[in-house]
Design a protein around this ligand. Structure first.
Ligand code: NAD
Ligand code: UD1
Length: 338
């Protein structure tokens, strides 16, 4: 299929391009490079057959979208382009709603003008909010606690209403758990612009000597070792879930949410220990208070994705840490070192 990938130069998008092309799909990227650099696509081309059409532009720009639709005529769109920093979303709510909700709306309008009927959306487990029960299944109540989470849930709502209004539209809502890891080539990976907000890139920067120690946010949670537990998923497994979603979208209509996780969870201390195994050196840590807004534990029930998308994660924790370390140690300054 011809698949337009918005935000395709980003962390998850770049890995997804490779998996799509490996399965014979044609791809086109629209990215405004607000959180990526063009070097990403240079590397993705070098790792593949190189056939990637790309446009530098904003997903909220109708004229740009029309230009892309006309040139590429996508049969499906994967919509990664968006903002993802939870803390920043609280400080800049209008900006987050504009990009994450307004961007999705602008894209849907352009798809309607172009006759494109299938959209795969980057949602997040954060739409569930404080767990009523675990593991979360897709029927768990949605009650996001941040502007970021609200923006994802609003976009899901719009997509659900869009798919309900027409008999032949498909919206696949992928609720990601915690993506980590990097491509086996160590050529592409996660490259945070500022101080990493998330655990794995922070540990990786400590390991490579860019930061002195990791702060462990909270050791008094109701978990076996007191630190927060998450369902970490290898980014290549996540990328493959998008390929599975494209196949699913060929044969299904309507809107459907899917949890994309492994169904297993690990604590902060588990992650530190696994990273120490991968890099062969100790990761200095300091105990710190709980981070505001954090929950104790979360975990996916990913059985719907297994049954309906025919997808399951295949990489384990050591694959996640080893690939992160390979990427970080070969690219200590991320893409800036290129
Ligand atoms: P990322 O920032 O690496 O990728 C997003 C890409 O979109 C970047 O290349 C950025 O330049 C581009 N972009 C941003 N705003 C744009 C705009 N207005 N127009 C065009 N391009 C724009 O992030 P990622 O980790 O790859 O995440 C991709 C998507 O998945 C996001 O929507 C994010 O909210 C969602 N998600 C991410 C995580 C995670 O932990 N990484 C978890 C759940 C959901
Ligand atoms: C965070 C976001 C969530 C988003 C997800 C994307 C918040 C409150 N939540 O989730 O909305 O979908 O990223 O992956 O920001 N930790 C430390 N030290 C650190 C960093 C993290 O101890 O320096 C701990 C956290 O307290 C948590 C675990 O590591 O227990 C994972 O944190 P993180 O990687 O930020 O992910 P989430 O909190 O799940």
């Amino acid at each position: 299929m011809r698949v337009l990938v918005t935000g395709g130069a980003g962390y998850i998008g770049s890995h997804t391009l490779l998996e799509l092309m490996a399965q014979g799909h044609e791809v086109c990227v629209l990215d405004n490079y607000s959180n990526a650099v063009p070097e990403v696509l240079t590397r993705v081309r070098a790792l593949s057959n190189g056939a990637i059409m790309d446009f530098a532009g904003d997903v909220r720009d109708p004229a740009m979208l029309d230009q892309v639709m006309q040139a590429f005529q996508p049969e499906a769109v994967i919509h990664f382009a968006g903002l993802k920093a939870v803390g920043e979303s609280t400080e800049k709510p209008l900006y987050y709603y504009d990009v994450n909700v307004g961007g999705t709306l602008a894209l849907l309008h352009a798809m309607e003008r172009a006759g494109c009927k299938r959209l795969i959306f980057s949602s997040s487990a954060t739409v569930y909010g404080e767990p009523v029960y675990l593991p979360y299944d897709e029927a768990h109540p949605t009650n996001p606690t941040s502007v970021y989470g609200q923006s994802k849930l609003m976009a899901e709502r719009i997509l659900t209403d869009w798919a309900a209004a027409f008999p032949d539209r498909t919206a696949v809502l992928l609720r990601y758990f915690n993506p980590v890891g990097a491509h086996a080539s160590a050529q592409i990976g996660e490259d945070p612009k500022d101080i990493p907000n998330n655990l794995m890139p922070f540990i990786a920067q400590v390991a490579v000597g860019k930061r002195d120690f990791l702060q462990i946010f909270g050791d008094d949670y109701d978990t076996p070792d007191g630190t927060g537990q998450r369902d970490y998923i290898h980014v290549v497994d996540l990328a493959r879930a998008h390929v599975a979603a494209v196949t699913y979208a060929e044969g299904a209509t309507g809107a459907r949410p899917f949890n994309i996780g492994t169904g297993q969870s690990y604590s902060v201390r588990d992650m530190v220990a696994a990273f120490e195994r991968a890099c062969g050196k100790p990761i200095p840590t300091k105990q710190a208070p709980r981070r505001a807004g954090d929950i104790a534990a979360m975990q996916a029930d990913a059985s719907r994705a297994a049954a309906e998308l025919n997808w399951a994660a295949s990489h384990d924790l050591d694959d996640m840490t080893a690939s992160t370390w390979a990427w970080q140690s070969k690219n200590p300054d991320g893409y800036k070192g290129a």
